[in-house]
Design a protein around this ligand. Structure first.
Ligand code: FDP
Length: 346
């Protein structure tokens, strides 16, 4: 009998235990962050359960449709948003919430206010919902700037000021990946326990990868001389490397959470450039680009916008977009070099 393995199996590092351990490093901490995170985790468990039951419960479809009982159906992303907003407000630890689903930020009423601002996309990859492909929730956490009345400036901060970021992927298993600024850790939901258990401690992205991930069908719309030629050259290099190395594989799920999750674990690069349809790129700075860039850097990779380090961006609007290239350190170095070389020709 392998007693060591047994001890490991019975000594479960749940996400709450992990965060409490982290908290104990800061004697002045009052446990507010742990409470906030517990409410995010609750939202993730709810959405996971709703996603798993979506087909059965007739949650799939457009908001505004009615089901056979004549009740109004809520689209999964509308439902997920409601759950996160309610859970975050009731935590008593938040003051501003920015959700992909809501045009305006939510300012929490004074009696329920705390010091954290949470930016999130409750259900990212929504075009994949109806065919049961992996989707996810993405979140980032800031601390309010000072004790004055909170304003939008508290969330319009560069990504490097985030205290924590993460995502939960609703895939073949439900996986929550979190960084509080001390590495990246992955937790898998054990459905029988209803607990996220640490399964991927200290995720490090390979220095160079064998996969590139981009919606290449958009190539005719890739925009601007620098972007267009840098990208075309990069993609050509992935397919027909001139240095005798093997060509890279193309993997594109079209769900940012799933594409970034694979990139963190297997290495490679994920690209969403600007194009003629989306001149500033498609992905949103606050709740897609920043959290994923934060995690990528914490795992040892890089995140670049085509002009600068992604986490240095200072958003001016809550739903601002940006091009993003993130992943293995060496792969992002290559795209940065191509952008620099093509930029000089302009
Ligand atoms: P979706 O439109 O399905 O919600 O956030 C938007 C997003 O998904 C990302 O999850 C995904 O990476 C990207 O858009 C896919 O966009 P394309 O369909 O243009 O490739």
């Amino acid at each position: 009998m392998d007693h060591a393995a047994d001890a490991h199996r019975t000594d479960l590092m749940t996400i709450t235990r992990y965060v409490l351990n982290e908290q104990s490093k800061y004697p002045e901490s009052r446990g507010d962050f742990t409470i906030l995170l517990n409410h995010i985790v609750l939202g993730c468990k709810f959405v996971c359960s709703a996603v798993n039951k979506a087909g059965l419960a007739k949650l799939i479809g457009l908001a505004g449709e009615t089901n056979v009982q004549g009740e109004e159906q809520k689209k999964l992303d509308v439902l997920s948003n409601e759950v996160f907003i309610k859970s975050l407000v009731s935590s008593g630890r938040t003051c501003i919430l920015v959700s992909e689903e809501d045009e305006e930020a939510t300012f929490v009423e004074p009696s329920k206010r705390g010091k954290y601002c949470v930016v999130f996309d409750p259900l990212d990859g929504s075009s994949n919902i109806d065919c049961a492909v992996s989707i996810g929730t993405i979140f980032g956490i800031y601390m309010v700037k000072d004790s004055h009345e909170p304003t939008l400036d508290d969330v319009l901060q560069p990504g490097k000021h985030m205290l924590a970021a993460g995502y939960c992927m609703y895939g073949s298993s439900c996986t929550l990946v979190l960084s509080t600024g001390e590495g990246v850790h992955g937790f898998t939901l054990d459905p029988s326990l209803g607990e996220f258990i640490l399964t991927h401690p200290d995720i490090k992205i390979p220095k160079k990868g064998k996969i590139y991930s981009v919606n290449e069908g958009n190539a005719k719309n890739w925009d601007g001389p620098t972007a267009k030629y840098a990208l075309i050259k990069y993609v050509e290099k992935c397919k027909f490397p001139k240095d005798g190395s093997s060509s890279k594989s193309l993997r594109y799920i079209g769900s940012m959470v799933a594409d970034v999750h694979r990139t963190l674990l297997y290495g490679g690069i994920f690209l969403y450039p600007a194009d003629k349809k989306s001149p500033n790129g498609k992905l949103r700075v606050l709740y897609e680009v920043f959290p994923m860039s934060f995690l990528t850097e914490q795992a040892g990779g890089q995140a670049f916008t085509g002009k600068q380090r992604a986490l240095d961006l200072v958003p001016t609007k809550i739903h601002e977009r940006s091009p993003i290239f993130l992943g293995s350190y060496d792969d992002v170095e290559e795209i940065k070099a191509l952008y620099a070389a093509e930029g000089k020709k302009e």
